[in-house]
Design a protein around this ligand. Structure first.
Ligand SMILES: Nc1nc2c(ncn2[C@@H]2O[C@H](COP(=O)(O)OP(=O)(O)OP(=O)(O)O)[C@@H](O)[C@H]2O)c(=O)[nH]1
Ligand SMILES: [Mg+2]
Ligand SMILES: [Zn+2]
Length: 337
């Protein structure tokens, strides 16, 4: 597009209401290229995103949820659950009335995921999170070690603390999961439908935590227990395929208390890491990293001469981790090539 065309487009993106001078008071206000200032804007937290419609939670004036759309001037800028935004046009007497999001505050971080390991299609799932809770069912569906490891790497890349919540411990034990991941200083909290949640609540306290995991592992079931009026829909796992039915279709932030938030998300099948480098991948495997000090220079970590393999012989707990690490390296190499 030529320069003039671009300018015309930009102008069209501005919302005319924002420039309309109020009679009298702002009569002499010049039309400027500067962004208009929204003096009556309120700051809130995006708690849901649904096809261009947002729900924004306002602490002030009175803990209310407001529906909003994006102001045209935001253009294509993405707004995700967890974003702090400024909104105008709030009608607290009628929360059905659409307000407009005019500004997205700078994000502390965001959890990035790409559809696969090739570049170009990565997107933010949620923002401003302290913790990524990887929800893993001990069975039904079976744990997926590679998905777990990828999610840990994504959490670390976002500077968020990874945590594993092992669910359905009434069906099978979470011991193996605990053995593997507690050795990496990743807390593993085991729960079932009726278990006490005190230990988990302690870890979640005063933080914003996003639940990530495949469909059917029990994310929404847990959220409903943590936030009794949440009323998130849950769905049984398919008997034939052993997979969940993707019951939740969009991310949803819920408040446990004034400073504690939990974000339920739709089940994921994979976690693309196009944005991660080989070093960042290795940092997701601190247990394996130790062993690499004995690797020969330039070791590809892919063949039998690799020191990680010797370490895994001594300590079989490392075997699935090594497998997961190698698959990640191969997948990312292929995506690069
Ligand atoms: N046995 C057992 N079943 C559970 C437990 N937690 C959840 N379930 C069942 O697992 C099924 C899936 O639960 P959901 O909470 O809908 O799973 P989800 O992770 O939210 O799934 P999506 O929204 O599709 O991503 C439901 O039938 C739940 O009743 C548990 O601790 N033990
Ligand atoms: Mg769900
Ligand atoms: Zn090696």
């Amino acid at each position: 597009m030529d320069f003039i065309g671009e300018c015309v487009n930009k102008l069209q993106d501005y919302d005319e209401d924002d420039f309309r001078s109020r009679p009298g008071k702002y009569k002499s206000r010049p039309r400027s290229k500067d962004r208009p200032k929204f003096e009556n804007a309120l700051t809130g937290l995006v708690i849901t995103v649904d096809r261009g419609r947002f729900t924004v939670h306002l602490n002030e004036p009175n803990e209310i949820d407001i529906y909003a759309v994006k102001a045209r001037e935001l253009g294509r800028k993405g707004v995700v659950v967890g974003d702090l935004v400024e909104i105008v046009g709030v009608d607290i007497n009628n929360s059905e009335n659409m307000a407009r999001i005019v500004k997205v505050m700078e994000r502390k971080n965001s959890l990035q995921k790409s559809a696969d390991d090739s570049e170009s299609n990565e997107r933010s799932l949620v923002s401003n999170i302290d913790m990524v809770a990887i929800v893993v069912a001990t069975a039904d569906p079976e744990p997926n070690p590679r998905l777990i490891d990828r999610t840990i790497i994504a959490a670390r890349l976002a500077n968020a603390q990874p945590l594993i919540i092992a669910t359905k411990t009434d069906i099978s034990s979470s011991q193996t999961l605990s053995d593997i991941y507690q050795a990496l200083d990743i807390p593993v909290v085991s729960i079932s439908k009726n278990s006490e949640l005190d230990e988990l609540l302690d870890i979640l306290k005063d933080k914003t935590t996003v639940l990530i995991g495949p469909s059917g592992v029990g994310k929404s079931t847990l959220v409903n227990r943590l936030v009794p009026d949440a009323q998130r829909r849950t769905g049984a796992v398919n008997d034939v395929t052993g997979q969940g039915k993707h019951t939740s279709t969009s991310a949803f932030a819920l408040r446990i208390d004034a400073k504690t938030w939990i974000i339920d998300t739709p089940g994921i099948r994979s976690f693309g890491l196009a944005h991660a480098s080989a070093d960042e991948i290795l940092a997701g495997f601190p247990d394996l990293m130790q062993a690499t000090t004995k690797c020969s220079k330039g070791c590809s970590h892919q063949d039998t001469s690799c020191a990680i393999e010797a370490a895994a012989f001594e300590n079989p707990v490392l075997l699935p981790r090594l497998d997961s690490f190698r698959r990640l390296l191969v997948s990312l190499e292929q995506a690069d090539g």
